[in-house]
Design a protein around this ligand. Structure first.
Ligand code: PMP
Length: 460
């Protein structure tokens, strides 16, 4: 068979056999699927050889570009040793070395690494650890097993992580399965729920969390938060100091702080971890996505020695953490994650991101002038561009007009792949994206937003 004759059935087989995530399959089946065969640096290459800038870092995972030689080598080198052995009752060199390196890089005070294999599960592990921790350190006190979180939070798709999330579109269907939680308004400065303006507001939006902790701390196991940026909610960037105040409150009321660094971790915000911008050490930290630079599914939950020690005891004290997955501590994933972290040193990735973030901010200035751009929020290489029907009143586009989707479709035709978050265009390029590629990406986006919003205005 020739190459082109093998390609044709793939689209049909995709339609016939697959079910894609977060996808209306009726719409998918009516369209020709974009089949990505290769990648190189900041580009994805489809089955016809067309190149696209990867504006989402392949859903926020890729850091140093596709087919990075150092990562390719690390993976193949490990493959010559072994692909997988269980982590239950056994251990392996890449998993050990990676844990040591993660602890070196993590906020000071985090001392233990518990592996899993996706972001939702890393969050799930943190929730379970928190609940069991309180049971074990104060066995005679009343149950301390509920959680507080922000509205519009997204922490993953498993039942536990959905329970502490609150995006109507994704989560409403599953309410009957979810455990009850306490939710407070997030810091969403563009549409401040209190109608106030930062900094004169003195972050009044944190007061409900304080009141909640004051009244409910005896039953609260933890507060879970995406540090600095509520990503899936629309790249909502918290005002400086917000996270540090959450940390203070958790400490004051003896409630664990769980940070979900799944999206923000590994240099996305200009520091290795977002909580390091505010000198915050959480009690539990979930990481995944960038951990392997977009090569292998891997995740971890990091915690303090105090929490770890609460799980020690004789076997028949039943303090063991009974949780684990078949692919926990997978050597291929851990080996490539180690190489991924080495690149940060070799290529001065964090300094580069900080420098290129300033360039990105400058490039985005003309986008901010467009008549239907309501707000641009940026934290390092995480950008949210909120499109609005009316800039003066901030009236949102009705969701059924699918403005974000339309812009993304137009970008795709012009060689840029994006994944919108409702009316918010999310721009999350690989950290290695070159200045001229950033320029090209923003130019495509600018023209796509301008034309799509103009077309929509003239059609209505
Ligand atoms: N937490 C956050 C903050 C996320 O952005 C995501 C994924 N977008 C998750 C958790 C879930 O990660 P995964 O998709 O790997 O389960």
């Amino acid at each position: 068979m020739t190459r082109s004759s093998t390609r044709l059935p793939l689209a049909a087989w995709d339609h016939r056999y697959l079910w894609h995530p977060f996808t209306q399959m009726e719409e998918w089946e009516a369209d020709t699927p974009l089949i990505i065969e290769k990648g190189k640096g900041s580009y994805l290459i489809d089955a016809q050889g067309r190149k696209y800038l990867d504006g989402t870092s392949s859903i926020w995972v890729n850091l140093h570009g596709h087919r990075h030689p150092h990562l390719d080598r690390a993976l193949t080198r490990q493959l010559r040793q072994i692909a997988h052995s269980t982590f239950l009752g056994l251990t392996n060199p890449p998993a050990i070395r990676l844990a040591r390196e993660l602890i070196r890089l993590a906020p000071k005070g985090l001392r233990r690494v518990f592996y899993s294999d996706n972001g939702s599960t890393a969050v799930e592990v943190a929730l379970k650890m928190a609940v069991q921790y309180w049971q074990q350190i104060q066995p005679t006190a009343g149950p301390k097993q509920s959680f507080a979180h922000l509205k519009m939070a997204y922490h993953g798709d498993t039942i536990g992580s959905v329970s502490v999330g609150n995006i109507e579109l994704f989560h409403a269907r599953f309410k009957p399965l979810l455990f009850p939680t306490h939710q407070v308004e997030p810091p969403y400065c563009y549409r401040c729920p209190l109608g106030r303006t930062y900094p004169s507001c003195d972050m009044a939006c944190i007061d409900p969390l304080e009141r909640l902790l004051e009244t409910r701390h005896r039953e609260l196991a933890g507060v879970i938060i995406e540090p600095l940026v509520q990503a899936a909610a629309g790249m909502m960037v918290a005002p400086p100091g917000y996270l540090a105040r959450v940390r203070e409150l958790c400490t004051r009321y003896n409630v664990l702080l769980i940070v979900d660094e799944v999206a923000t971790g590994f240099g996305r915000t200009g520091k290795m971890f977002a909580c390091q911008h505010e000198g915050v050490t959480p009690d539990l930290m979930a990481i995944s996505k960038g951990l392997t630079g977009g090569y292998m599914p891997l995740a971890a939950t990091l915690t303090t020695e105090a929490i770890y020690r609460a799980f020690l005891g004789r076997y028949d004290e039943w303090k063991t953490f009974f949780h684990g997955h078949s692919y926990t501590g997978n050597p291929l994933g851990c080996a490539v994650a180690l190489a991924n972290l080495e690149i940060f040193r070799r290529e001065q990735t964090l300094a580069q991101v900080r420098k290129k973030s300033r360039l990105l901010a400058r490039l985005l200035q003309p986008v901010a002038e467009l008549p239907h751009v309501g707000d641009i929020r940026q934290c390092g290489f995480m950008v949210g561009i909120e499109l609005v029907e009316n800039r003066e009143t901030k009236a949102p586009y009705p969701l059924e007009r699918r403005i974000g989707h339309r812009v993304a479709q137009m970008c795709r035709v012009r060689g840029l792949l994006l994944r919108p978050l409702g009316n918010v265009i999310a721009l999350v390029p690989p950290l290695s994206m070159r200045p001229r590629e950033l320029t090209k990406m923003v130019a495509i986006l600018h023209s796509a937003i301008r034309e799509t919003t103009e077309n929509l205005a003239s059609a209505s």
